[in-house]
Write a protein that binds this ligand. Structure first.
Ligand code: SF4
Length: 281
């Protein structure tokens, strides 16, 4: 059994949160730069240039990419032959979130009671943490800062089995067009298909972590990703909802087996401020 001191995990999580707060995913930066060259309208090009300038300023001056520094979402895969000594992984991650949000002056955005008092917890805790166990002696952590604007425009629909592909494309189109500029496009669109009510939403969230340029391994789903991307980009929502051909930079689909009576589909929208890191300890 490999033993990892809690301090090691704590330090790595703090480092990752600082990194993603200030440095835009290079693949997203590159996709925005490409869109900046290919957009036809001057307004769209200007918006994309402003997003690139924003990313440059954030990295150079170490200021947050966006004022909404998000909910911290973590997918933690725990090796069956590793043990963290000193504290639970949940406690370590939350302590690291509290410390890095205070030290880096990141906005605390979490309220304790969601409906009535809505008092800010003041340290951006708790993080939302999903655990699973895998073979091996390592800990893998996908860490993201998920902004509220894009999250609010996400949907989950329990479709009927037998629903045709075109209806799913239309559901995504309606979701993106209905959202307009609210989720701060250009978007990354994560889509979960299958599983049940809760796993479908998790698939959609996990799909956001797929590298921007990486298509689905299954050719049928890769083709569906392309169709959805084209449909969404033909919608003229455009950067920040101001029109143009760059509404989304990528569409990723993850699937899971589902019940014969069900076809859950979840659409999780992510804004251009795509902040995430993957660390392996
Ligand atoms: S949706 Fe993203 S870019 Fe827009 S305000 Fe929220 S975090 Fe910032």
């Amino acid at each position: 059994m490999r033993v990892i001191p809690a301090q090691v995990v704590y330090d790595r999580v703090i480092e990752a949160i600082s990194q993603i707060s200030y440095f835009l995913d290079p693949e997203v930066y590159s996709a925005l730069a490409t869109a900046r060259r290919t957009e036809q309208s001057k307004l769209s090009r200007d918006v994309l240039q402003a997003l690139l300038d924003n990313a440059d300023v954030a990295s150079k001056q170490q200021i947050p990419l966006c004022q909404d520094t998000g909910t911290v979402v973590v997918f933690a895969s725990f090796g069956s032959d590793v043990f963290v000594e000193g504290s639970s992984l949940e406690e370590i991650i939350n302590a690291a979130v509290a410390k890095s949000y205070a030290d880096n002056y990141l906005r605390a955005s979490i309220v304790e009671d969601p409906l009535y008092e809505r008092v800010n917890t003041r340290n951006n805790c708790p993080a939302i943490i999903h655990f699973d166990q895998v073979p091996g002696d390592k800990i893998s952590l996908h860490i993201a800062q998920k902004g509220g604007g894009a999250e609010n425009m996400s949907v989950l629909s329990m479709l009927k089995p037998g629903t045709e592909e075109a209806e799913i494309v239309e559901l995504v189109r309606q979701t993106v067009c209905g959202a307009g500029g609210k989720p701060c496009p250009p978007l990354i669109i994560g889509i979960g298909i299958g599983g049940n009510f809760e796993t479908c939403a998790l698939l959609a969230k996990k799909a956001l972590f797929v590298p921007v340029e990486q298509p689905n391994r299954d050719p049928q789903y890769a083709e569906l990703e392309s169709k959805i991307l084209k449909t969404v980009n033909d919608s003229n929502v455009g950067p920040q909802g101001l029109g143009g051909a760059t509404t989304a930079l990528a569409v990723h689909i993850l699937t899971a087996p589902c019940h014969i009576a069900s076809l859950p589909v979840a659409i999780n929208l992510q804004c251009h401020s795509h902040r995430h890191a993957h660390i392996v300890i």
